[in-house]
Design a protein around this ligand. Sequence first.
Ligand SMILES: Nc1ncnc2c1ncn2[C@@H]1O[C@H](COP(=O)(O)OP(=O)(O)OP(=O)(O)O)[C@@H](O)[C@H]1O
Length: 842
Amino acid sequence: MPTGGGTLPEVEKRTYPLVASEYKLYEEVGQGVSAIVYRAHCVTYNEIVAIKSLDLEKCNSNLDDIRREAQTMSLINHQNVVKAYCSFVVGQNLWVVMPYMAGGSCLHIMKAAYPDGFDEPVIATVLKESLKALEYLHRQGHIHRDVKAGNILVDSNGSVKLGDFGVSACMFDTGDRQRSRNTFVGTPCWMAPEVMEQLNGYDFKADIWSFGITALELAHGHAPFSKYPPMKVLLMTLQNAPPGLDYERDKKFSKSFKEMIAMCLVKDPAKRPTAEKLLRHSFFKQARSLDYISRHILEGLPPLGERVKNLKIKDANRLAQKIQPYDEQEAQSQNEYKRGVSAWNFNVEDLKAQAALIQDDEEIVVAKVLKIAVDKEVEEISQAPVTPSKEEITEADLHCLSPLAQPPLCHESSSDRIQLPVTIHSIIAETTNDAGERVTRIRSGPLPNPGQSKSANISRTAPLSSRKEPKHIGRFDVWDDHDGESPSWHGSPRESRKSDETRKEREDREQRRGDDKDRKEERDPRRPDERSEKDEIRRVGSERILSSIRGLTTLDERDRDSRDKDHRQGGRSGEDSSRVVQRERPFTGSGNIISDRSNFDQKAINGSQTSSMSRQSCGTKEVSDEKVKAPVQKGPVLQKGRFSVTSDDTDFEESPHLSSRKSSNTQASLPKSASTGDFMSAERRLPHTPVLQHSPSSQHISSTSGQASQQNSHVTTPIATILPQLQQILHHGQKQQDSLLHLIQSLSPQDAASVCSVSSMSRFSRTSSTNSAIEHSMEVSTDRERELLHQVSELQSRIATLVDELQAVKLRNVQLERQLNAIYNKEEEERIRKEEAAKGDR
Ligand SMILES: Nc1ncnc2c1ncn2[C@@H]1O[C@H](COP(=O)(O)OP(=O)(O)OP(=O)(O)O)[C@@H](O)[C@H]1O
């Protein structure tokens, strides 16, 4: 029967066949991002081998690069490195033939039988063997770049080899791997900070960091931060102190183990030891024989293929569970990790895409991780006395409020407000600020290439106020606005110079709504835009700040003023219109605005009457037009990710009327745009949104939109077409309200109360006869709610107790297991000692 690996010297001399027909593929024994590993039979030599099949279509590298890497891999000759026997292309796959490591990876072994990690002697043995491999590779000038338990393979005889050297790492490179050390390769949890930063490239010390993380992984059964999605891992690695063995929790581990890990996990690569030096650390003195490994961790394990299959089934079950989207994301990340599919294609575009997909909650966590005192900032800003000179909120201030903006940058100088817009799309960078402190921040712009990295550094440490270039933020291009060229969107003094007519209209509208609170705000001495933004910030909290600040880069204030004037005059010259277009900046958001504007202006030229209201509705119309026509894109294309600037938003922010309406109308109805997380004025969508007929607040909306639509009709829609629609909406809403009230009255008081609280019945305008019934129901609802809340908190505390109990039992089990192992180890040592003594006697 063929055995895995064979005797090394013999095998090394062999030339393995380069045709698929000479191999018989058996079961899958591992899976990577773009590779599947199979157990296989090499017919020629009647030997069991492993074949790693790489899907070339999923890879970035060209075939030559891959071939070169495979060749390098085949030249490697060390007992602790898995070498490639040969490689060849089969269809769209590259097959790499390697020795079969029957024990599988340490990760697989842990997942199957040691979920809480290995004992120290096992760890010392495995790590020592792996470190020998690293020492060899580094001596040969190679950086492994993906050291982790999933890549430490164990053979049935207990031999340990570092696998996955070369090919898979190069798969995610675009270029020569040895030279381009600025690529983002590896697996986030194991990735050294300098690899994440991509500032000055990295060297073999990156492997030492990963080695330290692997040590923790083997000790705990998982790597630090392994339950978090990649983006969070990056931020945590850069921002947090390096992980290590906990003094309390990891009591069972020796001091020398803790020390060894601490030596590896130093953020400054220069301070990490070389592999050679590390090998001399006292921790490795406890390393045992290979036989010890096979007896201790492989005995009793099912065959590798079976284990892999079981893990897959477990994963499938886990994923089949219904989980909240955020949990799902975490669970998936966890599962991928557990399954051993732990490499991430970490090219920059992917990172950006991941960032774009990051959930709201995730942002909050990320913000917390970064220790950004957003709330404090919000409080400070909202409480600060507002004087035009200092507290005026600038665009840059709001960027600083972004959950991902870094306080050190925001506060670098109180007088010189930092105007470095940052969004989550940016890449993280840790750098040195002017004060010489290391700060982690989100870097805007593409990763520097090696030649650029220095200058990039310089520009980062240069006074921020001197920066004027547009920031390429992920797929965004945002301009720093230092010279006041673009409007200070929030509360420029000019902003308050609105036409009396406009103000009057707005106040009238507010009065009609009877919203005392908002009316008070309207008379607030603060500028309306500034106020509305601040209120918005207070209201939605820090996680909404980013979305609130979208579309900040807008038109020159003078343009706005002159446009207002032009609109009031009923049109503008074509020259003006073109001037606006010329002012367009490579910030697609504003580009959209401008194209909207120019369209709008064009309409105005065409003789449409303009009023402030018609301007709004026209803006709305343009928004939808823009969606169909596709805006004129002069700058780079803007990805409509989570923080994208849509014409909806920009228009919304641009219009002073809409801004004020935003503050006054938030309670009424601000449906959330599904795609962007924006709050959009329902009124603006009315003519295009029949869905409002089903909105509980339709009545309110229709009453306000009625006015709007009447004025809209001057520009776009004839009133005759809107009125029946509005009537229909009113009628429909009334019918819905009646039937709901009818239903509530037929329910028991308690149920009615819950229905009321759930369906926000208070939003409906009510007749006086139904008011009292509902008010009564609302009172009951409070009691019921209280009772339910009480029950919920009781349940929560019971769950917490159960979890604690479970933890205690688990801990006890682990302790027992340890005790058993200790006894076993002792016996083993005794036996070895006796054997050695017997040998000595002889
Ligand atoms: N020679 C081998 N013998 C047995 N199992 C192997 C062998 N090589 C790889 N495996 C298993 O297959 C898994 C995936 O292989 P490998 O790591 O090389 O793929 P990859 O696509 O590079 O994945 P990653 O980048 O996540 O490490 C490994 O974790 C290991 O469990």
